[in-house]
Design a protein around this ligand. Structure first.
Ligand SMILES: [Zn+2]
Length: 257
């Protein structure tokens, strides 16, 4: 049986003499594993469309529980992402995080977020810090881990600094968190529930990222003094919600120094 799908190559493993085994996140079928026979041969017509960072239309055939690639045509490639090591490492993180959270259930907004993130990295107009933080929080919101950052969850105020509960995704203002350290003391407190400190600007940025239209996810600015709090909060929230880190994330951080 034939299917026609559009998808982004998340992973590409070399097999045998010239074959490739791909993990493709498709618009129609969610994640699929796709065997591309002979695709590593330069003369193969599927050579370009079977590499990481490629969005393509694929004609695939199901045999047993496997899919085999027949024909393909490129829709968009993000190969330019390899031009900068930090951009490349962030791109790898986008793909690795996606491989972990995606299922056989199609999720158009998630695919669009990944494509927009790769596009923004290639464009180089937005800082990688903004792209990374926005990608993390928006992805979590899409898959069901929407943080509740409208106001302090105890008294409802929305100004000053907050403690962001990395498990529950809620906020408490300083007054409702008696005895906890202040902003600038340290990023995390020693409480049993892991929390991190965020400022009012960071709260607004997170709220914006989760509520804005899909095409506007990176369209915000944040002061230099607030940015480390946003970066830290988004990354830690992701690690706590997914209960893991990623090799590509550690690689990105190493590259960024
Ligand atoms: Zn409060």
């Amino acid at each position: 049986m034939h299917h026609e799908v559009r998808g982004l190559v998340l992973k590409c493993v070399d097999l045998g003499e010239a074959d490739r085994l791909l993990t493709v996140y498709t618009k129609e079928m969610g994640v699929i594993t796709l065997m591309a026979k002979g695709a590593r041969s330069l003369k193969n017509r599927n050579f370009a469309t079977t590499q990481q960072f490629c969005l393509a239309d694929y004609v695939i055939r199901a045999r047993g529980d496997k899919y085999y690639l027949q024909e393909s045509s490129i829709v968009e490639s993000f190969f330019a992402i390899r031009e900068s090591l930090s951009g490349f490492s962030l791109g790898l993180y986008v793909l690795e995080a996606l491989s972990f959270v995606t299922t056989a259930e199609p999720e158009g907004e998630l695919l669009r977020l990944a494509l927009n993130s790769l596009y923004a990295i290639c464009q180089g107009e937005k800082s990688l810090s903004i792209i990374k933080a926005a990608f993390e929080i928006r992805m979590l919101a899409i898959i069901g881990f929407m943080p509740d950052v409208g106001a302090c969850s105890v008294c409802g105020r929305c100004d000053g600094d907050y403690y962001f509960d990395l498990i529950g995704g809620t906020l408490r203002c300083r007054e409702c968190s008696e005895g906890a350290p202040a902003v600038g003391d340290e990023m995390t407190s020693g409480e049993a529930t892991p929390v991190c400190i965020i400022t009012e600007s960071v709260r607004r940025a997170i709220l914006y990222i989760t509520e804005c239209p899909p095409t506007r996810v990176f369209s915000f600015t944040l002061g230099d003094e607030d940015m480390p709090y946003l970066e830290y909060a988004c990354e830690e929230y992701l690690k706590h919600q997914l209960e893991r880190s990623f090799n590509s994330l550690e690689f990105y951080k190493e590259v960024k120094g």
